[in-house]
Design a protein around this ligand. Structure first.
Ligand SMILES: [Zn+2]
Length: 182
């Protein structure tokens, strides 16, 4: 054993005793500040990649700081919600901002939004409002609901159609229907 790490602290971990040793390296039994024990590799401790039993990164995921969290998938949802409601150039603005869909004062802050909504279960989930005529707020948002394949496709389709055709959309749909029935 090259160096004995017993008793040393690495971030939240205090090394208790040598753990399993294999061809991949020496592991060390560590006690984390949160009370969990774990057995990370010595090189991970020494080069600074292992600083906790995993609880630290879990906390970061769950609780973004006020000015952080931009890497989270929920941040994209929050940002998209803002774009739809405030950016006149956004393709969906006419269905949201232009119709008076607003974002409550509290949710102007991403951290507050994340605290209320929590993590999104999967990328197929989107934020849903109880009453679609009202704005985005904790009271009006049920949480994340899973988009069905159908609704997701039709949403994409109508977005594309809106972008390409605008006023001729009705005519095109009529033509498509006519073609389908002949
Ligand atoms: Zn821990």
């Amino acid at each position: 054993m090259k160096d004995n790490l017993t008793g040393q602290r690495f971030g939240r971990l205090v090394v208790q005793e040598p753990g399993i040793s294999s061809h991949s390296g020496q592991r060390w039994t560590c006690l984390c500040d949160c009370g969990q024990t774990c057995m990370p590799f010595g090189f991970g401790l020494k080069n600074g990649t292992t600083k906790s039993c995993g609880c630290y990164s879990d906390e970061v995921r769950r609780r973004p700081k006020t000015h952080g969290g931009t890497h989270l998938p929920e941040y994209k949802i929050w940002e998209a919600m803002f774009q739809r409601c405030t950016n006149r150039k956004h393709t969906s603005y006419k269905n949201y901002g232009a119709k008076g869909v607003t974002i409550c004062a509290r949710w102007q802050n991403f951290a507050a939004f994340f605290e209320d909504m929590g993590p999104r279960p999967s990328h197929k989930h989107s934020i849903d409002r109880k009453d679609s005529t009202l704005g985005y707020s904790k009271e009006n948002c049920v949480g994340y609901t899973q988009r069905t394949e159908q609704s997701y496709k039709s949403q994409c389709f109508s977005d594309v159609q809106r972008k390409n055709t605008n006023s001729s959309a009705v005519g095109r749909r009529a033509r498509l229907t006519a073609r389908a029935t002949t």
